[in-house]
Structures are given as C-alpha cells and as structure tokens.
Design a protein around this ligand. Structure first.
Ligand SMILES: *Cc1c(COP(=O)(O)O)cnc(C)c1O
Length: 238
C-alpha cells in the first residue's frame, strides 16, 4: 500500500497546483531555450484515470485544456465539471472505435487520434449530424509499432489529403506517441517533416518524460499527465 503509485495517487490539492506551476515554468523555459515565441505551445493536462476530485485543483489553478483517452471515462467526469467551469476544452487522445464516435463528437472539442478511413468517415457524418466542428489531428505511428494505433508514416500524407478531399475534414495537425524506451527525437523530427509535407500546422507530441525534447522539435501541443497528477496504476495507463 505504500508503493510510489499509491503515494502519488493521493497527491494533495496543493501538490497538483504546484506541479502545474512547475510544468508551466518548464514549458516557458523550453520555449525560450528553443528561441520560440512565448505561449507557442499549449499544455493539455492528461487527466485519464484521475477522479473529478483530483482534477479540481488543476481547474482551480486555471488549467482549462484536458486530455482523456477513453470516451466512457470522460463521460463519467466531464459533463459535471463543465457545469462549474464553462470554458473547458476536452481532447480525446486515445484510440476511437467507430461505435463510440457519436458520443465522442458530442463530448470532445478535439480528437487527436484520427487514424483510419472509417473513423474519418464516421467523424464527418457525426459532426454534420450534431452540427459540431471539432479540431482534428491525425495520429501517426512513427515507430511502425504493430500494437500501436496510428497511421503508418508512409501513408500519413495521403491520409491527411483523403480526410480533406474525400471526407471534407479540416485536419489541424499530427500527433504521435514515440515507442517506449526509444530516443524520441527522431520520432518528433519525423512527425514535423510529415506535417510539413501534408501542409498542416499543429504538432501534438511530448509527454511528462520528453516534452522538453518535443518543444525543441516544434511541438505546439504537449500532453502531460503524471508530472501533474502523479503516477497512474500501471495497467490502466494505456
Ligand atoms: C497517458 C497519455 C499521455 C500522458 O502521459 P504522461 O507520461 O503521464 O505525461 C500523453 N499522451 C497520451 C496519448 C496518453 O495516453
């Protein structure tokens, strides 16, 4: 019961607020070291596995942009939090199944994980039906890992074009999760090159362990979870 996971799971309100301030300072420093404009990276606070109660300190600290990786889990927390905080922007950063697309389009403001034709088509249909326009990212499997979601790098540019030309979707940028235990730099460089080739601006890359590197490679969104909220139970950290 005294494992580090449990210890940080019960991170106090004060420590979550403190962590958030530290991350914001690191982002500002990283931008200045990379000679990039202040404010040119957006922090997505990844709140997956954490309860509404654990998310509140971040909201009280002014954080409004959050990432969740499961539609159902997000539905159980965010509608209530949104009643108290009107200006929340919610990002889906986990794989999307087509039978969950209607719910996802209704709940989220941004979907970062568009990665195949069928999902692109379903998102287009649901946005039309619900009269909603979400910001969309194509997820690229930069490490060509078999078990990982995302379109293959070799197909990414053509896929972005098909999203636009066939499905009428406006793709804002690309997202990647580099292979665990690999130097992330080459993956971030690849994502940046693919975005340039596809003519899209935004780069969602960098997590708690590597957001500094991601900023050097031009990240415009970083997705930071454990460095803010504490570590998650290993099995549900997908
Ligand atoms: C969980 C998760 C994150 C956050 O990871 P941390 O290492 O806790 O910062 C970022 N991106 C995605 C896609 C995730 O699933």
């Amino acid at each position: 019961m005294n494992s580090p996971e449990n210890a940080s799971k019960t991170a106090t309100e004060a420590s979550i607020a403190e962590n958030l301030k530290t991350i914001r300072q690191s982002l500002a420093l990283g931008l200045s070291e990379a000679k990039r404009d202040a404010g040119s990276v957006t922090l997505v606070a990844v709140s997956k596995t954490f309860s509404a109660e654990e998310i509140l300190p971040a909201l009280h600290e002014g954080q409004r942009i959050f990432g969740e990786n499961r539609v159902q889990e997000a539905q159980s927390k965010w509608p209530l939090l949104r009643e108290k905080f009107a200006d929340i922007e919610l990002h889906l950063i986990g794989p999307l199944q087509s039978n969950k697309t209607a719910e996802a389009v209704a709940l989220f403001d941004v979907i970062q994980t568009v990665d195949r034709e069928k999902i692109a088509a379903t998102i287009a249909t649901e946005m039309q039906r619900l009269g909603r326009k979400l910001k969309l990212f194509v997820q690229v499997n930069t490490g060509d890992e078999e078990q990982k979601a995302g379109i293959a790098p070799s197909e990414a540019v053509a896929f972005v074009n098909r999203c636009r030309d066939v499905h009428g979707l406006d793709i804002a940028g690309l997202m990647c999760i580099p292979p665990f235990n690999e130097n992330p730099g080459p993956h971030f460089a690849l994502l940046r090159k693919l975005a340039k080739d596809a003519g899209v601006q935004e780069l969602s890359m960098g997590m708690s362990g590597d957001f500094d590197t991601a900023i050097q490679f031009g990240a415009t969104y970083v997705r930071v979870g454990s460095a803010i909220f504490g570590s998650r139970p290993p099995l549900v950290s997908a």
